[in-house]
Each structure stands twice: as structure tokens, then as C-alpha cells.
Design a protein around this ligand. Structure first.
Ligand code: DX5
Ligand code: ZN
Length: 221
């Protein structure tokens, strides 16, 4: 059974990034939040930082692009060697063409949906993606509360993937903690982003282990 815990370095110490990457070495992937202050009202870092993180990270990168015009920029992130590149459905002009391009470069292709975005138009296109990210907060900031009303969306995506016989990774991002990971797993998520709950823990490695155990105990996968 596959349950992945991807700590988000949005909650790491930006001037001690290599040290903090070492603290999460027992996780599955490193979640890297790229924000452009246009698609979301916050700014993090861009390609140059992701290239450097890629060079020093003990784990593969799960890049989450919260940027305008991913059709133009996302392939550059795949070229860094990122394991997966996820762009927002709301920002992409041609999501299927972009996903194909990312796969061609060698990355897994992910599509992300903001809380207000209906999954329905994407359910017939799931074979074009390796991962679908259901945002469980409004994208832009760490430390917000988990939106339980996203659970029907998780269920709808999981059911569609199963109907089509796809091994789609269903990711949740936002407000994941020891209290909320169970309900996300029960509703079909198998890939869990956790920022503040990992990096604010006294022992991030221990927190990752507990999150993984709880998710696995409640997963149907
Ligand atoms: C929010 C980012 C998340 C963020 C999650 O827009 O996409 O990845 O780091 O942080 P927590 O886990 O603190 O909600
Ligand atoms: Zn994210």
C-alpha cells in the first residue's frame, strides 16, 4: 500500500534550507511551493532556487507551481530533474498539452484544483495526469485550516480514477496534521503535503512517521 508524506519546505527556514532538508530525509518527496505573487498573493522562489534544492535534496522533488502561465514555465521546472511538476488547472491554457510535454521531459505530470474549482471537466482526462492535487486550503500560505468540505471532491476524483483503472496519485495540500490526515485518507487521498505540522514539530522525523502511520491505517488503497 502506498501512502506518501511530502513535507512542504514553505514552512522550512529559507536560510537554512539544506539543514531543514536533512530533517525530513525520512519523508517520501519534498514538496516545493513556487508562488509568483500573481496567481496567489504571495511570493516564494523560482527556478534558480528549485535547481539548487534539487542538487542538495536527499529526496525527489514534488514541485507545486502556483503561478500564472504554467504553459510557458512548467517545462523549465521539469528540466531541473523534478520528479513531479504540478500546475494549476485555473492557470493553464491547455492542461493536456502541458501534461504531455512534462511527461515527455521525464517528470510526472500533476494538475491542481483550487477549493472552488469543479473537478468534473477533468474526470475524463485523468489518464493524462500522474497526480491530481485537491487543495484543502486556498493556495498561498501555510498554516491555514483544513477544509473538510473538499472530501466529496476527493471521493469523486478517486472514484473516477478507479473506474478508469488508473493509478492516479491523489494529493491533498493544506492543513494536513495528525488530526486531519485520517479523514483525507478515508476519502481517497494517498499523497499528503504537510508544511507547518512537520516543520513546527519538535521532531520532524517523528512527526512524518506518525502522519504516515495514521494515513496508512485509514487508507483504502
Ligand atoms: C499552500 C501551499 C502548501 C503549504 C501547506 O498554498 O501549497 O503546500 O505549504 O502548508 P500547511 O501544511 O501548513 O497547511
Ligand atoms: Zn503546495
Amino acid at each position: 500500500m502506498a501512502t506518501r508524506i511530502n513535507p512542504s519546505i514553505l514552512s522550512a527556514d529559507f536560510v537554512n534550507m539544506e539543514r531543514d532538508l536533512g530533517r525530513i530525509a525520512d519523508a517520501d518527496l519534498v514538496h516545493v511551493d513556487v508562488m509568483d505573487n500573481h496567481f496567489v498573493p504571495n511570493l516564494t522562489f523560482g527556478l534558480q532556487m528549485v535547481q539548487r534544492v534539487q542538487e542538495v535534496s536527499p529526496l525527489p522533488l514534488d514541485v507545486h507551481l502556483m503561478i500564472d502561465d504554467p504553459d510557458r514555465w512548467a517545462p523549465d521546472y521539469a528540466e531541473t530533474g523534478a520528479f513531479s511538476v504540478t500546475f494549476h488547472a485555473e492557470a493553464a491554457t491547455d492542461p493536456v498539452a502541458l501534461a504531455r510535454r512534462l511527461r515527455e521531459i521525464g517528470a510526472r505530470a500533476g494538475i491542481a484544483l483550487k477549493p472552488g474549482t469543479d473537478p468534473e471537466p477533468y474526470l475524463d482526462l485523468l489518464s493524462e495526469f500522474d497526480q491530481l492535487l485537491v487543495m484543502t486550503v486556498e493556495p498561498g500560505f501555510g498554516g491555514q485550516s483544513f477544509k473538510r468540505d473538499m472530501m466529496p471532491k476527493l471521493q469523486a476524483v478517486r472514484a473516477a480514477a478507479e473506474r478508469s483503472g488508473l493509478d492516479l496519485w491523489l494529493q491533498v495540500d493544506g492543513g494536513i496534521s495528525l488530526e486531519t490526515i485520517e479523514v483525507a485518507a478515508e476519502n481517497g487521498a494517498d499523497t499528503f503535503v504537510a508544511g507547518s505540522s512537520v516543520f513546527n514539530a519538535a521532531d520532524p522525523a517523528d512527526q512524518i512517521r506518525m502522519l504516515r502511520e495514521r494515513a496508512a491505517a485509514h487508507s483504502h488503497r
